[in-house]
Write a protein that binds this ligand. Structure first.
Ligand code: HEM
Length: 360
C-alpha cells in the first residue's frame, strides 16, 4: 500500500534529527556561510537605523524627553509616543537599541556554534560587550542628564558600527574571495595601502571628535555660510571656539576628500588588489561625495533635521567603509597568524584555533 507523502516526512524527519542534529549544530566552518553572512548584513542595517534614530533624536534635542530608563515614562509603550515626534524619536531609538542587543546575542551564539575562526568568534563576544556598554552609557546619559555621556555614547556608536562592519565583512564573499598574491610586489602594495587606510581611519576619527564637540556645543552654524565665510574668505576673519571647531571640521573634510580620493584611486588602478577591494573603494568614494553634499546642505538649509541626521549617519558609514576596506588589507596578515582551516575540507572544516579541533 502506498504511503502519503507526509507519512514519509514523519518517518524521516526524526531519523534525520537523530542522526544529524549535533553534527549540524557543531560544524564549524571557515568558508562562506550565506545565512550567517546575511544575518551580519541585517545586524549592520539595524545599527545604521539605530544611529539614524539617535542622530535624529539629538538633532531635535529630544534626548531627555523621558526622564527615566530603561522604561520610558515607566512603560514600554508610553502614552503618545506614536503621535509626538520627540517621544517617537527617543522611544523608537530605545526600541531599536533593544532589538540590536537581541540580535547581538543571536550573533554570538551563531558564531560560537558555526564559525571556526577564533578571532571572529572573539569579535562576536566583543560586539555583545559593546552593545551592553553602549546601552548603559545611553541610560546613564538620561539618568544623569549628562552631555559628556551623550558625547561618549555618540562616539562609541560609530566604533560599534565599525566592529559589526568588520564581522559582516569577514563573513561576506568579499573576504572569502580575496586571495591576495604573496609576491613581494603584492605584499608591498598591500602594506602601503593598509598603512594609508589606517591614517585615513585615524583622521576620520579625529573628524568625528571635532564634529561631536561642535554638535553638542551647538556650534554647527557658527560659520553660517558654505563654502566661504560670510566675509567671502576661506579662512574666518574673526574667531571663537565654535568658529574654530567649524573651521577645523571643514579643513579636516578637505584633507579627507583628497586622501580618500587618492587612496581609492590607488586601490582601483593597482594590479595587486582584489575585485572586492576595488568595489569597496568605489563605494567609499561615493559615500565621501554624499557626505560633503550633506554637510553643505546642513548649512544651506540652516540645520534642517533630515539632512543633519543623514550627515551623521553617512559619516558613520564613511568611517565603517574606510575601516572595512583597511581591514581587508589585513587579511594576509591575519591569516598568517591565525590561518583558516584548509579549503576543501567542506562542511566540517575546523580551525586549529577551535577547541574541538584539538580533540579531533
Ligand atoms: C569627510 C567629510 C565629513 C565627515 C566625515 C563629517 C562627519 C560629521 C559627523 C560624524 C558629524 C556629527 C557628529 C555627531 O554628533 O555624532 C558631523 C556634523 C556636522 N558636519 Fe560634518 N562631516 C564631513 C564634512 C562636512 C562638511 C564639508 C560640512 C560643511 C560645512 C559639514 C558640516 C557639518 C555640520 C554643520 C555638522 C553639525 C550638525 C549639527 O549642528 O547638528 N561636514 N559631521
Amino acid at each position: 500500500m502506498g504511503e502519503f507523502p507526509f507519512v514519509k516526512v514523519f518517518y524521516y524527519t526524526p531519523l534525520e534529527i537523530n542522526a544529524q542534529p549535533l553534527q549540524i549544530l557543531k560544524t564549524h566552518r571557515s568558508e562562506y556561510q550565506p545565512a550567517l553572512a546575511w544575518f551580519g548584513y541585517v545586524l549592520l542595517a539595524s545599527i545604521l537605523m539605530l544611529i539614524y534614530a539617535g542622530a535624529f533624536t539629538t538633532t531635535i534635542k529630544a534626548g531627555m524627553v523621558f526622564p527615566d530608563w530603561p522604561l520610558s515614562n515607566g512603560s514600554i509603550n508610553p502614552e503618545g509616543w506614536l503621535t509626538n515626534q520627540a517621544l517617537f524619536a527617543e522611544h523608537s531609538h530605545r526600541l531599536i537599541g533593544a532589538t540590536v542587543g537581541i540580535l547581538c546575542i543571536v550573533l554570538v551564539i551563531w558564531l560560537w556554534r558555526r564559525e571556526s575562526r577564533g578571532w571572529l568568534r572573539a569579535l562576536g563576544w566583543l560586539t555583545l560587550a559593546l552593545v551592553i556598554l553602549q546601552g548603559g552609557l545611553g541610560g546613564t546619559r538620561v539618568l544623569l542628564n549628562s552631555l559628556s555621556f551623550a558625547m561618549v555614547h555618540g562616539i562609541l556608536a560609530q566604533g560599534f558600527l565599525c566592529l559589526v562592519a568588520t564581522v559582516a565583512l569577514a563573513l561576506s564573499p568579499l573576504w572569502h574571495n580575496a586571495h591576495p598574491s604573496r609576491s613581494p610586489a603584492a605584499t608591498a602594495t598591500g602594506a602601503r595601502l593598509r598603512t594609508w587606510g589606517l591614517w585615513i581611519t585615524g583622521i576620520l576619527f579625529a573628524q568625528l571628535l571635532v564634529a561631536v564637540l561642535m554638535r553638542h556645543l551647538d556650534a554647527g552654524m557658527s560659520i553660517p555660510t558654505f563654502p566661504l565665510t560670510p566675509e567671502g574668505t576661506l579662512v574666518p576673519v574673526t574667531w571663537d571656539a565654535g568658529i574654530f571647531l567649524n573651521f577645523a571640521h571643514r579643513a579636516l573634510a578637505t584633507v579627507l576628500f583628497v586622501g580618500i580620493l587618492a587612496w581609492s584611486w590607488s586601490i582601483v588602478q593597482s594590479p595587486h588588489t582584489s575585485g572586492g577591494s576595488k568595489l569597496l573603494a568605489c563605494v567609499t568614494t561615493l559615500i565621501l561625495f554624499i557626505q560633503i553634499g550633506l554637510g553643505a546642505s546642513i548649512v544651506w538649509t540652516e540645520r534642517l533635521a533630515a539632512p543633519t541626521s543623514l550627515h551623521v549617519l553617512n559619516g558613520a558609514l564613511l568611517l565603517a567603509a574606510t575601516w572595512s576596506l583597511t581591514f581587508l588589507f589585513f587579511k594576509p596578515w591575519i591569516e598568517g597568524i591565525a590561518p583558516a582551516a584548509p579549503r576543501g575540507r567542506s562542511a566540517t572544516t575546523q580551525s586549529p584555533l577551535h577547541p574541538s579541533a584539538a580533540r579531533a
